[in-house]
Design a protein. Structure first.
Length: 124
């Protein structure tokens, strides 16, 4: 997976281009643990894309202000979305139901700035 200013490009094992999708404002893109979906945080929304075709399959979250990133839980049921404009980390359940759980004042817990999400720890 390659993220450029113009969008996304996926490549196969032999280096051949598989799919291309024009999208601007991408802040993060990450494959689901099953590698069938791709979470993309861009602008004011987080999208799920089909990993093979890069077509949108769902809009899982939207809000005011840009999102800084999205990271999958190890089991692929949740996305952790970093939302600096709201000073929140938002957990969005994307499989096995629909729930949204927000944790506020993240910046205060980390000396005034929201850290970049690098991934989840510890699969159960």
């Amino acid at each position: 997976l390659v993220v450029t200013d113009e969008g996304l490009v996926t490549f196969g094992q032999q280096g051949q281009r598989l799919a291309r999708r024009a999208l601007t404002g991408i802040r993060s893109a990450e494959y689901a643990p099953t590698v069938t979906s791709l979470a993309v945080a861009l602008g004011r929304e987080v999208l799920l894309l089909d990993a093979r075709t890069l077509r949108t399959t769902a809009r899982v979250f939207a809000g005011r202000g840009p999102f800084a990133g999205a990271s999958w839980s190890p089991d692929g049921r949740w996305l952790l979305v970093s939302w600096p404009a709201a000073d929140q980390w938002v957990f969005v359940q994307v499989r096995g139901g629909r729930r949204v759980i927000a944790f506020s004042n993240i910046g205060r817990q980390f000396d005034g700035s929201i850290p970049r999400i690098a991934g989840w720890c510890c699969a159960r």
